[in-house]
Design a protein. Structure first.
Lengths: 203, 203
């Protein structure tokens, strides 16, 4: 996860920008000329600092009823468990981003064409949009290939680290994922995650 | 479309950033400490300038076989026709963003809960991800409410401005949309758009 160490940082920092990217002059907060809402902008050169959500991509790799989990090796949420995930970068498709993050965190390489879309969710509370794919792959033994991952394991629902989740708000969704894998049915969910609730509906 | 006048600008400008947002010092290009790829960063304070795609949201409003089009009142693509669309902002869900953009461009207000997800597409060539919703609404007469929109019209496929499309690469997708509306079938597409091709598949 290339940007793992900065998972929370860019948003916080983006709210605290002080200088213009283009000319280095101090930014001001107000309604820029021609705009309709308050933003940070540069009165010197006209640069407007738009704040747009970033896209978080994830790939759920499964073999029967077992799902691939990673234990995080760096903050935020160091030592806790999550799905392989990270931020989409410029110049890649959603599937390429998911495949890249999976390989970076687990060493497992899966073709982008093997990915099924399963979730599109707004995480408005952290200004992110979460896109989740699924892919089937044999439950091989995997060793972490980067220090940012401590463990990589295929785990059944009963073995999963529910008390050590890096992002506890994902639990209902992960439970639903296990249930879907048991049933063999496909579903694609549209939803919204927050700290406390999940709203997910079938598309 | 709040950010219409800057539709292409932020990406271009983001590639040309010169000064650190946080301390105003010049940025350099290289592999920042702890990272694995070249980025722009600030050797003075450690700020790393990540480049992530932005999310473009759109809402296709339809009544029977007629679909709501807008003629753009400002550049890029001034005077040409497109779907109501714009960039998702922080602090909103995907549906809220689509509803906001629709109202800003057409004056038409539709509840976010009425929206069906129909397309998720990577636009890697312009570092955007495109999320399209659909909603049914009576084909009322609409007058532009902002100067950035010149005309707002419900048009059948035979009436649609195929020779005056703001984004010609959307034509195959819009034709498929009309076809779907005629058939009454639902579909959710995952794909990738580029200048010349569209890859779309059912989810």
């Amino acid at each position: 996860m290339a940007a793992a160490s900065t998972h929370w940082r860019p948003t916080e920092r983006a709210l605290a920008v002080a200088y213009c990217f283009e000319c280095g002059e101090p930014l001001v907060t107000g309604v820029p000329p021609g705009e309709d809402r308050k933003r940070q902008y540069c009165p010197a050169c006209g640069y407007v600092h738009y704040l747009n959500p970033r896209i978080l991509v994830s790939c759920i790799v499964h073999d029967g009823e077992r799902v691939l989990w990673v234990r995080r090796g760096q903050d935020p949420q160091k030592n806790l468990w999550a799905m392989p995930a990270g931020f989409m970068e410029n110049d890649e498709t959603l599937q390429q981003a998911a495949v890249r993050e999976l390989e970076e965190e687990t060493g497992l390489r899966i073709p982008a064409t093997d990915l099924d879309l399963v979730v599109l969710s707004s995480l408005a509370f952290i200004n992110e949009v979460y896109v989740v794919f699924e892919a089937r792959h044999e439950a091989v033994e995997l060793q972490p290939v980067v220090p940012e991952t401590l463990e990589v394991r295929f785990l059944a629902e009963a073995e999963a680290p529910w008390d050590e989740l890096a992002y506890p708000y994902t639990e209902p969704y992960m439970r639903r994922c296990y249930q879907r894998l048991r049933s063999g049915e496909k579903e694609m969910l549209l939803g919204a995650f927050s700290h406390n609730i999940q709203q997910l509906k079938n598309v």
